[in-house]
Every structure is written in structure tokens, then in C-alpha cells.
Design a protein around this ligand. Structure first.
Ligand code: PAP
Length: 336
């Protein structure tokens, strides 16, 4: 099935030496650390990036103009981005992409990884790119984008306009384990995998892509407390526990609540089932497909288990992460 008017092609990831000259010049002025997937991570505005990610951050800061009707899905990597993309896309496009006949498998999610349906701001070229035209890839009046950008680095218009921000966070230990697996998949073969200990040490120091993890979460948490109509703050584990409640919450936040008729025909449950890990992970596109960047779709569907960290972390590691959570979130009333 073709949905060319809606999908888009994510770009290929650049190697460190392939980024623009402007970016190289700036990178040479930034603090850097070795580790994770590429030779270096660079610190910009207090957060860490691979070189090509940094180029994307600069571009979207420079060119992205948020509109009042836009919706931005935001996360620290591995906190539930793929799931949130699937849910948000399905909710806001439910009139044009009905899920009532899902046995016919007509919905775009049957043929597209969620990352193909919702573009990531910092992975896009922002120059003459049709995906930034209003409603170019979606039938909804809202443009739907995702980003891993920390609050401090969001383009100004995203903060100043009335566009809505949905933030999803996840248990620190599960996020770390998910990230460790994912980054090892991204690492070139000749580098071999990062050891758990090596990755853990960097993560705890805050040195991980779009990290420090704690600062990322905390900044959006604070913003959600100050501006609850602007920022909806979600937790992965709570969504797993009661996905239907959160699907309704999302629809209300987007300004497209479910009608009594929709509720009566169980649209909420159908969306939950369509976007569930169990359903998406078994689809051919997500088992065998790849993003144009070369990343295999199946790497976004590792297991989705709450508490998987128990299979990996030593008691000392658990203690250290608990202590860091306590220190970093003290006084915020946020618990992860
Ligand atoms: P990203 O930030 O690189 O896009 P992201 O989608 O946030 O990744 O994280 C992937 C995690 O979400 C995986 O967790 P795991 O490593 O612990 O298994 C993945 O399994 C989980 N995930 C992906 N899709 C879903 C879904 N539909 N429902 C629940 N969890 C999901």
C-alpha cells in the first residue's frame, strides 16, 4: 500500500568526518569524550551528541518554525519514542486512517515503522524539505514531529508558540539497559560492543546521547508542572499498566477527544492493540525492514519489558542508579 503523501525518508547517518565544515569548526570548540558508538560525543548546551546529531541540532535550531497547531513528541532515547509515535499518529489521523477494519491491515502502521510516519526534527534536513510544509504528510491539521532535544535546546518557536509538547520518560535502569543494547547495534563491527561496565560508567556521569538523562527528564518535568496545558508528561511504565487511559489522555491533550460513539465502538482499545508491542513487533516491516539510515527496524522492538534491568545490573549498579535518582530528583517530587 502506498502512503507516499504521508511518509518520508529519514536521512542516512553521517560519519564524523562527513558533517559540514561549519559543524566541524564548532565541534572543535566543544568539550568531547570518547565512547558509545562513534569516536566522540560532544557537549553542547550541557548535553552530549554524536557529531551528526549535533549537526541536526544546529539545523533545527536555525530553521525549524513551530506552528501553534504542531505537536512535538519528546523523549530521551529509549524511553518509548517508537510507541508514542505510533499512538500519536494513529490518534490524530484516525478519521483518514480508520482502524476499525484492522483485519484488512490497511492502516499505515502495518507497512511502516513508526519512525517513518513521524519525522524526527534533528534528523531532518530543514532546507526546502516538504515534510515541513503544513499537513504534507498527515491528514490532520496538526503537524506531528518527534525530537530527543533537551528543553534548553528546543528551537525558540517551539517554546514560544502554542504548539503542544508530549514528553515520555522511563525508569532509569530500563532506559540504560535499552540504550546499551541499542548503541551496541549502532557500533561499527570493528569497534565491537561496549562493555556494560564501560557504558554504565559513562551513563552515570551523564555522558550518553542527549544526556545527562536526569537533566533531560527534569527540565521537561518542571516545565510540565509550570505549563500543564503546554507539556504533557508521561511515564512508560504507567502507560504499559493502563494504555487505554493514556490513549484517551493523549487525544484530549491533542484537542481531539474520543466521541461517545467512538468509545462505544471501542476505538480506544483498537488503537491500543494496533500500537502494542505485541502487534507491532510481529509485523514483517518491523521484523525485516530497515530505516534508510541502515538501522534495522527490529532494534526498536527488543522486548519492551518493564524491569528488564534485573537481568543485567549488579546490586552495586542498582544502588548507584538509585542513589543518582534520589540526588538528581530531590525536591522535584519526580520518581523514576
Ligand atoms: P528511540 O528513542 O531510539 O526511538 P525508543 O522507541 O524510545 O527508541 O525505545 C525502544 C524501547 O521501547 C525498547 O525497549 P527495550 O529495549 O527495553 O525492549 C522497545 O522494546 C520499546 N518499545 C518499542 N515499541 C513499543 C511498543 N509499541 N510498546 C511498548 N514498548 C515499545
Amino acid at each position: 500500500m502506498s502512503i507516499s503523501h504521508q511518509s518520508y525518508t529519514p536521512p542516512k547517518y553521517l560519519q564524523e568526518d562527513e558533517v559540514s565544515q561549519e559543524c566541524k569548526d564548532l565541534l572543535s570548540t566543544l568539550p568531547k569524550e570518547k565512547g558509545w558508538a562513534e569516536p566522540h560525543l560532544y557537549n553542547y548546551q550541557g548535553f552530549w551528541y554524536l557529531a551528526w546529531q549535533f549537526q541536526g541540532v544546529l539545523e533545527c535550531q536555525k530553521y525549524f518554525q513551530a506552528q501553534d497547531t504542531d505537536i512535538l513528541l519528546i523523549s530521551s532515547p529509549k524511553c518509548g519514542t517508537t510507541w508514542l509515535k505510533a499512538l500519536a499518529f494513529t490518534i490524530i489521523n484516525r478519521n483518514s486512517h480508520s482502524i476499525s477494519n484492522d483485519h484488512e491491515q490497511k492502516h499505515p502502521l502495518f507497512y511502516n515503522n513508526p519512525h517513518k510516519l513521524v519525522p524526527h526534527l534533528e534528523l531532518e534536513s530543514h532546507i526546502n524539505n516538504p515534510i515541513f510544509e503544513p499537513s504534507s504528510f498527515s491528514s490532520s491539521p496538526s503537524r506531528l514531529f518527534a525530537t530527543h532535544l533537551p528543553y534548553i535546546s528546543l528551537p525558540k518557536s517551539a517554546k514560544a508558540s502554542s504548539c503542544k509538547l508530549v514528553y515520555i520518560c522511563r525508569d532509569t535502569k530500563d532506559t540504560f539497559i535499552s540504550l546499551w543494547h541499542f548503541m551496541n547495534n549502532l557500533r561499527s563491527n570493528h569497534l565491537g560492543p561496549n562493555s556494560l561496565e564501560e557504558a554504565f560508567e559513562m551513563f552515570c556521569r551523564g555522558v550518553s546521547i542527549f544526556g545527562p538523562f536526569w537533566d533531560h527528564v527534569l527540565d521537561y518535568w518542571k516545565e510540565s508542572k509550570e505549563r500543564p496545558n503546554k507539556v504533557l508528561f508521561l511515564k512508560y511504565e504507567e502507560m504499559r499498566e493502563d494504555p487505554n487511559f493514556h490513549v484517551k489522555r493523549l487525544a484530549e491533550f491533542f484537542g481531539v477527544p474520543f466521541s461517545l460513539e467512538e468509545e462505544g465502538s471501542r476505538v480506544v482499545e483498537k488503537i491500543t492493540n494496533l500500537c502494542s508491542f505485541e502487534n507491532l513487533s510481529k509485523l514483517v516491516v518491523n521484523k525485516d525492514g530497515k530505516l534508510p539510515s541502515g538501522v534495522e527496524n527490529k532494534t526498536f522492538f527488543r522486548g519492551g519489558e518493564v524491569g528488564d534491568w534485573k537481568n543485567y545490573l549488579s546490586p552495586e549498579m542498582v544502588e548507584q542508579l538509585n542513589r543518582l535518582n534520589e540526588e538528581k530528583f530531590r525536591g522535584s517530587r519526580l520518581e523514576l
